[in-house]
Design a protein around this ligand. Sequence first.
Ligand SMILES: Cc1cc2nc3c(=O)[nH]c(=O)nc-3n(C[C@H](O)[C@H](O)[C@H](O)COP(=O)(O)OP(=O)(O)OC[C@H]3O[C@@H](n4cnc5c(N)ncnc54)[C@H](O)[C@@H]3O)c2cc1C
Length: 492
Amino acid sequence: MATKRLPPKLLQNLRCIVRPLNSSSSTSSYSAVSPLTLTDKPEPTTVETVSTITRPPPILDLSDPQKLFATLPTSRLLHASLNLHLASIEPMVDFGLWVMNSRLMEVGIMRDVVLAIIRRTFYEHFCGGEDIKQAGKCVMRLNKAGLRGMLDFAVEFSRDNDACDRNLEGFLEAVEAAESLPRSSVSFVAVKVTAICPLNLLEQLSNLLRWQQKDPSFNLPWKHDTFPIFADSSPLYHTLKEPEPLTPQAEHDLQLGMQRLWKICQRCLEANVPLAIDAEHTSIQPAIDYFAYTSAIQYNKDDNPIVYATIQAYLKDAKDRLLLVTKAADKMGVPMGFKLVRGAYMSSESKLASSLGYESPIHNDIRQTHDCYNDCASFMLDRIANGSDGAVLATHNIESGRLAATKAHDLGIGKINQKLEFAQLYGMSEALSFALTNAGLDVSKYLPYGPIDTVLPYLLRRAEENRGLLSASSLDKELIRKELKRRLKAAA
Ligand SMILES: Cc1cc2nc3c(=O)[nH]c(=O)nc-3n(C[C@H](O)[C@H](O)[C@H](O)COP(=O)(O)OP(=O)(O)OC[C@H]3O[C@@H](n4cnc5c(N)ncnc54)[C@H](O)[C@@H]3O)c2cc1C
């Protein structure tokens, strides 16, 4: 039998990539390469040649950094390498988080120094720029590298109508920009409902919707047609007593909030750019889903889903709700779009539930979250193949990307279909993004932009997500380092 020596790292990747395709067993996003096995010159191992292995070629190939990063300039790789390295030094991230949350940020000069450091490091790494103009340029750079942009005007929650009106202008500006940029360069505009409807009103609405779920005779006169917001498995512990009805003023504010979202939807429809509505905390998610579903019923026509709701797979009721919504949408003949994520608010969800004496709404372990994500993704892919639904599979998890890419390939879903988008956050999982593009799939980077002050909460979440050696960025760090070494050697 012919034999050939392959490095163990490549072997490990191959094993991961050629694992049986129906296996849903995933580890985390850094599973393809364990950071604990990093060595520059591994001991050679004797194995069968690739040519003697009778398995199909891998759909996702993460083994060749030169191929993966072929479209990225060395300056971007150097910048990424430095930032990912900084993010892996836990004490440094802890210190940075402490400073950003401390009263030092109230001292003028101190604040300026901290913001200047953040701007040159994490901000430039994770954000598309201060305004839509800079974000547009960033989209064009991404497009040159074979990727697309999801424009995210990064404002967090608003407390009053004036702030919501200002934010509305920002979102409309994003749609204008998406329309003016080359069609293939922007895949979506993203919106947070908390930025266009006051937070306390969303809390009130969620309480009222939950109470109606407990007591179907509970009348909500302002309620439009919607898809199911809860499943039998959905937790209702946030609302323990019957809420007060909306006052005329609150009903008016609700109307204003809805109209803001519908204005954005209408512009998206005219520009033919889909809108992804982000998911947030469970305390307000029922109201966000209500906004998303009423808008989908109005704007998703024929086989063109303009409004995409978000499903968070870390929630125990995620799959049940997904099934109920799709069933209801089918009945009404509405094509549905979903963005599928695992979820970004794990610690606050668990804390809130336990403070109220209830079980966390989040799966008991990460394995169940992975299974739920892969299961929902598989369901969405079947629907794309069989009908007019659309899906954004938003993940940095290589196993989830591999499973979904393989299934999309088997179902014949690719770029031509245009109903499937893979997405990663800008500055994260470059290797996965490029491996997916190389596999012939559409891939976007979720691109937050805005002044550094307003983007800080987003940056804090990213710092948390990327902290430590075992973070989602470990594979990127290793592959980028290898490619930089190769380019340096080639230049020498
Ligand atoms: C394009 C894009 C859009 C996004 N939009 C949203 C959005 O609208 N709303 C939102 O909430 N998030 C959003 N996110 C963020 C996303 O939820 C996080 O990036 C994501 O949780 C990281 O998961 P991953 O799929 O990359 O997988 P991994 O990194 O493999 O998984 C980590 C995730 O698993 C879950 N998890 C970890 N430990 C456990 C445990 N012990 N038990 C159960 N579950 C566990 C958590 O959700 C954790 O974040 C978005 C991300 C992208 C890429």
